[in-house]
Design a protein around this ligand. Structure first.
Ligand code: SF4
Length: 351
């Protein structure tokens, strides 16, 4: 098998000029660090991390909301493990749990439905954070709760969708990118055609890559080839899991339960039509509507550059808190907590 270093040399030989490529998937970010792929390239190829970590792009207000509802005596907050240590304006869900809040870690959104059935005297609030990848499983949970006529199941929807955020980032022009490594997980649901706008509207090459070192390098190789040949297309280098059209069942589930809405992204601000909310038919399950909470203005840790890092405008070492005050044991921002966060990956594996 050709070594990673040899593939990197071939990629650089192809490149007519120095290029900047961005990955927009948290799992790619972590694996690029884990496999040391950045270090295989000279200054001719720079890899930049984008807004691909769903926990990291969730703004402070939405994290504060989860912590506030978790503190209510009549609520069980059901969350995936990646949210539990994310710092809100005052503490985290983990700290709230240590002070008595009923916070349960779940492994599937249907676990939250089960919790609701087993605890009729409590409201069970599902923290639904994630991109197009996780939205279908949350949709299944909502449909199940609807079928069961549950009145104590609520969903705090923090789902975000990639296209409009990518348009906002690419449209700003400030990153001077030459190509995108498209998100593999999101593409398994949406299909690669979902990202055709990257090539058509922005004239950028884009490749859906898998997650192993060789697969990521193959994606980068195809991007370099497009750049060398002056092409801008969307290609799939992850045919094991991704098709052009995507997963019809997953896409139908999203369409059945959710509709697009305007949401804020950490670092990117309010982006029209870049989020999902429950359709009116399922409004009874909307936690924000049915369990409103008065919150003081959100505060981020002074000096935390998560917003800049998410957008590729800064790297973790540029944050004064990185590896000093902020470590995986004492995280000050979501990028140091999430398993897909750039700061956590940089801390664990270095540049
Ligand atoms: Fe935020 Fe910590 Fe990353 Fe700095 S090192 S940007 S404080 S998560």
């Amino acid at each position: 098998m050709t070594s990673l270093r040899e593939i990197a040399s071939r990629i650089e030989e192809l490149l007519p000029r120095p290029v900047r490529l961005m990955e927009v998937c948290g799992t790619h970010t972590v694996n690029i660090f884990r496999y040391g792929l950045k270090s295989l390239f000279s200054e001719k190829l720079t890899l930049i991390s984008g807004p691909g970590c769903p926990v990291c792009v969730t703004p402070q207000e939405e994290i504060d909301y989860l912590i506030a509802v978790a503190r209510r005596d009549d609520v069980i907050l059901a969350t995936f493990g990646d949210m539990i240590r994310v710092p809100g304006s005052s503490g985290s869900l983990k700290e709230a749990r240590a002070r008595g809040a009923n916070v349960k870690i779940i492994y599937s959104p249907l676990d939250a439905v089960k919790l609701a059935k087993e605890n009729p005297s409590h409201k069970v609030v599902l923290a639904a954070v994630g991109f197009e990848t996780t939205a279908p499983a949350v949709a299944i949970a909502v449909l199940e709760a609807y079928k069961e006529k549950l009145t104590n199941f609520l969903v705090a929807v923090s789902h975000r969708t990639m296209p409009e955020a990518m348009r906002a980032l690419l449209g700003s022009g400030e990153l001077a990118l030459d190509g995108l490594i498209l998100p593999g997980h999101v593409s398994t649901i949406t299909g690669a055609s979902y990202f055709e706008f990257v090539a058509k509207e922005f004239g950028l090459p884009a490749v859906v890559a898998g997650f192993e070192a060789q697969q990521i390098m193959r994606g980068i190789y195809l991007l370099a080839k497009q750049i060398a040949e002056g092409r801008a297309e969307v290609e799939i280098a992850y045919r094991e899991a991704v098709t052009w059209e995507g997963n019809p069942m997953g896409k139908n589930l999203i369409r059945q339960v959710f509709e697009p809405c305007d949401v804020a992204w950490r670092g990117l601000g309010l982006i029209p039509q870049s989020g999902l909310r429950l359709k009116e038919k399922y409004a009874a399950f909307d936690a924000h509507k049915n369990l409103p909470v008065e919150l003081p203005p959100a505060k981020e840790a002074p000096g935390c550059l998560c917003g800049e890092i998410i957008c590729g405008r800064a790297t973790p070492p540029e944050c004064k808190l990185f590896a000093k005050v902020c470590t995986p044991e004492t995280p000050k921002g979501p990028c140091m907590v999430s398993s897909e966060g750039t700061c956590a990956a940089w801390y664990a594996y270095g540049d």
